[in-house]
Design a protein around this ligand. Structure first.
Ligand code: GDD
Ligand code: MG
Length: 352
């Protein structure tokens, strides 16, 4: 059977003052009345049954996640005792699934992306699952890159692969996987033309992921085996999790794994990394002011205003600003400096 493992335990300050330690990107309502996490779960409708959707989060965010997804079985929401990045999180998910179905297919999905074309997304996902099952490979999803972004993983495509039963999507062999190259290397990859961005989605069968983990991340494979054999799942997690290496799956496994395939993403994809990306999806007035709330402006152009609680925002004689109002704090920054919000957030008092 098919399972979805949703990675929802990341943190982030880039959306301050809306985001806080316990309220990262995936738990924010940036686009209307649903959080990115809820939208991620909704996108699986018809592809993965609710009882096979597993959410990986941490203790700090657990209560919020449970409140957002009351329709999932309670045991499907797993709270990591501490943040150890995505490789241990995924191993925990593999351990949970293997105890139920040792031959399952798993789709590992980030919880914090915006994807609007659900039909096309589901088509790619279903074909990725077929691919993982027929070729016992680790399947990645390739996004057509638009610039040399150094904060993504890059997948170097080899030749077209033909996989039995998969004809609706383009599948490629993978020559190598490079996580977050430096800017020069990223430029070089883009110039070469045969690289795609890694969407951060991974599709594989339990036997395939277990054998790759055994070869490249034995500590994680041991953890999976221990979870599988354990009578008290939670106690095993409490005892072992904090001893696991703190690494992302991209560095821990994907850069080293041998049997990797890449499927072309034919859906829209946005990692929504900052306020500027959010602005692109908001309403926009004739002067280029993007807004999610009621606003009044005079001699103001190209600003972005976002209000968490629906306050009215008025702009007079300002340009290229980002103004964000939350319940207890307000951010005002020039668009040009918006990349430094994370850095600035280190200077904030602890309660913010
Ligand atoms: N459960 C859990 N535990 N989830 C986590 C943890 C953790 O410790 N750390 C991060 N996550 C979640 C995040 O919430 C997000 O949904 C997903 O895992 C990916 O983590 P990020 O921290 O956002 O990774 P990234 O953006 O730097 O890089 C990954 O995604 C890129 C595309 O957005 C990589 O896979 C890149 O190769 C890829 O290009
Ligand atoms: Mg990310």
């Amino acid at each position: 059977s098919r399972y979805a493992l949703i990675l929802a335990g990341g943190s982030g300050q880039r959306f301050w003052p809306i985001s806080r330690d316990a309220l990262p990107k995936q738990l924010l309502k940036l686009f209307g009345d649903k959080t990115l996490l809820e939208m991620t779960v909704d996108r699986l409708e018809g592809v993965v049954p609710k009882e096979n959707i597993v959410i990986l989060t941490n203790k700090q965010q657990e209560a919020t996640v449970r409140a957002l997804l009351p329709f999932l079985p309670s045991e499907n929401i797993l709270a990591e005792p501490e943040k150890r990045d995505t490789a241990p999180a995924i191993a925990l998910g593999v351990g949970w699934v293997v105890a139920r179905d040792p031959s399952a297919t798993m789709m590992v999905l980030p919880a914090d992306h915006l994807i609007q074309n659900v039909a096309e997304f589901q088509k790619v996902l279903i074909n990725a699952a077929k691919c993982a099952e027929a070729a016992s490979s680790l399947v990645t999803v390739g996004i057509k890159p638009t610039w040399a972004c150094p904060s993504y993983g890059y997948v170097e495509r080899g030749k077209r692969a033909s996989v039995l039963g998969v004809s609706e999507v383009a599948v490629y062999e993978v020559a190598r996987f490079r996580e977050k190259p430096n800017p020069d290397l990223a430029e070089h990859f883009i110039a070469q033309g045969n690289f795609t961005w890694n969407a951060g989605m991974f599709i594989w069968t339990i036997p395939a992921i277990f054998s790759e983990l055994s070869r490249h991340c034995p500590a994680l494979a041991d953890f999976v085996s221990e979870l599988r054999g354990s009578k008290d799942f939670c106690a095993t997690v409490e005892r072992q999790f904090s001893k696991l290496p703190k690494l992302s799956i991209d560095y821990a496994l994907m850069e080293r794994a041998s049997r990797v395939l890449n499927i072309e993403a034919t859906f829209d994809w946005d990692d929504v990394g900052n306020w500027t990306s959010v602005g692109r999806y908001l309403k926009c007035d004739s002067e280029g002011n993007q807004h999610n709330c009621a606003m009044t402006q005079m001699n103001a152009a190209d600003n972005l205003v976002f209000s968490q609680t629906g306050q009215h925002i008025a702009l007079l004689g300002v340009q290229d600003l980002i103004v964000v109002a939350s319940k207890d704090a307000i951010l005002i920054t020039s668009r040009a400096q918006a990349e430094s919000i994370k850095k600035m957030s280190d200077l904030l008092p602890k309660e913010l």
